[in-house]
Design a protein around this ligand. Structure first.
Ligand code: NFE
Ligand code: MG
Length: 569
C-alpha cells in the first residue's frame, strides 16, 4: 500500500491537501484537508448587518461577488425585506456573467491541463490543428497562421526554460490521450480565453463599479444609478455596451468552449465511469425568473437527487442543514461530534494537526480546517452537476434538451453523468444556458426602465429603529461551484452570529462523526494511478469539482512554500 500526499493541490486556488492510499494502482481511501484558516465568521460578529456583505464578499476573489449576494439575501430574509424587480434582474446579470467567466476560466486555465499535454503541442502540424479546429467550429481565429504563432510562442517558452503558466505539469504522462493537434488547438484557446475573460467581465465594472468584488449591492436591492436618459447614470450607452459584451461572451461559449469540451471529452470517455462520488446531489436553486423556462420560479431549480435516482427530486429545507467538527480543527461547546445548525453555529479554532512541514496526516483524527456540512445528516455533492441533475429530474426543458444533446454527441447514457466527465459536461451545459439567458434579462431590465420604473432598492426598512430586537435569516444562492448559503443572527441591531456554508465546504468536507467521507474523498475511491509520483488522475477528479479553499475555510503558514509537493509516504 502506498500513501500519496499532494500539497497544495493547485492551479491557482491552493491551500488544499489531498492524501490518498493506493493499492494495486487504484485509490482505496482518501482524505481532503483544508490547510488554511481565515475566520471570516468571527470578523463579522458585532458588526452592523447592513455592512456584512462588504466583508463577506472578501471570502474569495475567484468566485467574486457570490458572498455579497448570499449576505444581502440573508439580512433581507432576517428583516423581511423585498427587493424591486430591477434589483432581481441586475443581480441575475452580475451573477450570470460571473458564471460564464468563471466556468470558461475553469475549463481552460484551472482544469484543461489535466487533459491537455502542452509539450505534445510542439510536435503538432499547425495545418492539421487548424483543420481540426475548423471541423468542430467556424471560429475565425483558428487559422493555420494562428496555430503556427501559438506553437512558436510555446516553443519560445520551452526553449527559455520559463514555462510560466505551464510549469509543473505532468507533460508526457501516459494518461494524456489527445493527439498533438488537439493539444495545440486547446493551448491556442487557452491563450485566447485569457484575453476574452478580461474583456467580458467589464460587465461587472458597468453594473458593479469594479471587478472583482462589485460595490453596488445594498441590503434591500442595488445601489446603482441606472437611467437610460441620464448622462451621469448607467444609461443607454452603458446598457448597449453590456449587450455587446454579452454577445461576445455568448459567441466564445457557443463557438469555442462548448466544441472544445466535447472534443476533449470524446478522447476521455473512460472518465465517464470514474469519479462517481457520493451519489447525493443538492441545489438551492437560483436565478429567480418569471418569463418562462423556469421551474418553481428559478431558472436553476431547487432540490435534491438522492442515490443517483433521477426519477425523484426531493425538497430542500434549510432547517435540516448542520455542520459537525468531529474531524475538523474546531471545538463545539457541547461535543465535536454534534451537528449544529448554522444559526447555532460555532467557530472555535483548535488546531490538532502535525507541525508543518509534515509528511502525512495519517493517524490524526482531526485533519482539516473545513467543517463537515450535512443535509439531514447525509453528505452531499453540490455544483454544476447537482444543478443540472436536479433540473433534469424536474423536467426543465432547456436543461433536458442540452444534457440530452451532449449525451448523444458523446454516445453515452445518463449514467455517465455521475462521473468526473459528467461534472465537466454539466458545467459546460449550464454555461451555455446562462450565456443564452443574459440578453433576455437585460431586455427585461431595459423594458422596465423604458416604462419609467427606475427603482433598484427598497430602503423602507433601512432604519434600524424599524427592526425587531432579535431576528435571524438565511440567504441561499447557487455560486458557480454550487449551493452557497449564509446564516445571520441579529441581536440588538448587531450581528451576534454569522455562518457561511459554502460549496467547497460541502464538496471538500472531511469525514463526519459517523466516519462518512465528503464528496471529493468519496469521488477519488477507485481512481487508477499509473505513476504515484505523478498522480494526474487525482487532479482530474478533484479539479472537476473546481475546488476553492479560500471560500471553504473562510493564517497563512509561512513554513509551507508555494511549490507543489508530491510525497509518496
Ligand atoms: Ni472561492 Fe466559491 C464558488 C463560494 S466555493 S470559489 O463558486 O461560495 O466553493
Ligand atoms: Mg463556515
Amino acid at each position: 500500500m502506498t500513501r500519496i500526499a499532494i500539497d497544495p493541490v493547485t492551479r491557482i486556488e491552493g491551500h488544499l491537501r489531498i492524501e490518498v492510499e493506493v493499492q494495486n494502482g487504484v485509490v482505496t481511501d482518501a482524505w481532503s484537508s483544508g490547510t488554511m484558516f481565515r475566520g471570516m465568521e468571527l470578523i463579522l460578529q458585532g458588526r452592523d448587518p447592513r455592512d456584512a456583505w462588504v466583508f463577506a464578499q472578501r471570502a474569495c476573489g475567484v468566485c467574486t461577488t457570490v458572498h455579497a449576494l448570499a449576505s444581502v439575501r440573508a439580512v433581507e430574509n432576517a428583516l423581511g425585506m423585498k427587493i424591486p424587480n430591477n434589483a432581481r434582474l441586475i443581480r441575475n446579470l452580475i451573477a450570470g456573467m460571473q458564471y460564464v467567466q468563471d466556468h470558461v476560466i475553469h475549463f481552460y486555465h484551472l482544469h484543461a491541463l489535466d487533459w491537455v499535454d502542452v509539450v505534445s503541442a510542439l510536435s503538432a502540424d499547425p495545418k492539421k490543428a487548424a483543420d481540426l479546429a475548423a471541423s468542430i467550429s467556424d471560429w475565425p481565429t483558428s487559422s493555420v497562421a494562428a496555430m503556427t504563432a501559438v506553437q512558436q510562442k510555446l516553443k519560445t517558452f520551452v526553449d527559455s526554460g520559463q514555462l510560466g503558466p505551464f510549469a509543473n505539469g505532468y507533460w508526457g504522462h501516459k494518461a494524456y490521450k489527445l493527439p498533438p493537434e488537439a493539444n495545440l488547438m486547446a493551448v491556442a484557446h487557452y491563450l485566447e480565453a485569457l484575453e476574452w475573460q478580461r474583456d467580458v467581465i467589464r460587465v461587472h465594472a458597468l453594473l458593479g463599479a469594479k471587478n472583482p468584488h462589485p460595490q453596488t449591492y445594498v441590503v434591500g436591492g442595488m445601489a446603482l444609478a441606472i437611467d437610460p436618459n441620464s448622462p451621469t447614470a448607467l444609461n443607454a450607452r452603458g446598457l448597449s455596451e453590456i449587450a455587446s459584451l454579452f454577445a461576445k461572451a455568448k459567441a466564445f461559449v457557443d463557438r469555442v468552449y462548448i466544441p472544445d469540451v466535447l472534443a476533449v471529452a470524446s478522447f476521455y470517455k473512460d472518465w465517464a465511469g470514474l469519479g462517481k462520488g457520493i451519489g447525493n446531489y443538492m441545489a438551492y436553486g437560483d436565478f429567480p425568473d418569471t418569463v418562462g423556462g423556469e421551474v418553481d420560479g428559478f431558472y436553476f431549480p431547487r432540490g435534491r437527487i438522492m442515490n443517483r435516482d433521477l426519477s425523484r427530486v426531493e425538497p430542500v429545507d434549510q432547517q435540516l442543514i448542520a455542520e459537525t467538527v468531529a474531524h475538523s480543527w474546531y471545538n463545539y461547546s457541547d461535543g465535536d461530534d454534534k451537528l449544529r445548525h448554522p444559526w447555532q453555529g460555532e467557530t472555535k479554532p483548535n488546531y490538532k494537526g502535525p507541525k508543518p512541514p509534515f509528511e502525512t496526516l495519517e493517524g490524526f483524527d482531526k485533519y482539516s480546517w473545513l467543517k463537515a456540512p450535512r443535509y439531514d445528516d447525509q453528505p452531499m455533492e453540490v455544483g454544476p452537476l447537482a444543478r443540472m441533475l436536479v433540473a433534469y429530474g424536474k423536467g426543465h426543458a432547456d436543461v433536458k434538451a442540452q444534457v440530452d444533446a451532449v449525451l448523444k454527441t458523446l454516445g453515452v447514457g445518463p449514467e455517465a453523468l455521475f462521473s468526473t466527465l459528467g461534472r465537466i459536461a454539466a458545467r459546460a451545459v449550464e454555461t451555455k444556458l446562462l450565456a443564452g439567458k443574459l440578453a433576455g434579462w437585460l431586455a427585461e431590465l431595459e423594458a422596465n426602465l423604458g416604462r419609467g420604473d427606475l427603482a433598484v432598492a427598497d430602503v423602507s426598512k433601512w432604519d434600524p429603529s424599524s427592526w425587531p430586537q432579535n431576528a435571524q435569516g438565511f440567504g441561499m444562492e447557487e455560486a458557480p461551484r454550487g449551493a452557497l448559503a449564509h446564516w445571520v443572527v441579529i441581536k440588538d441591531k448587531k450581528i451576534e452570529n454569522y455562518q457561511l456554508v459554502v460549496p467547497s465546504t460541502w464538496n471538500g468536507s472531511p469525514r463526519d462523526s459517523k466516519n462518512r467521507r465528503g464528496a471529493w474523498e468519496e469521488a477519488l475511491i477507485g481512481t487508477p494511478i499509473a505513476d504515484p509520483n505523478a498522480p494526474v488522475e487525482v487532479l482530474r477528479t478533484i479539479h472537476s469539482f473546481d475546488p476553492c479553499m479560500a471560500c471553504a475555510v473562510h493564517v497563512y503558514d509561512p513554513e509551507v512554500g508555494s511549490s507543489v509537493e508530491i510525497r509518496v509516504v
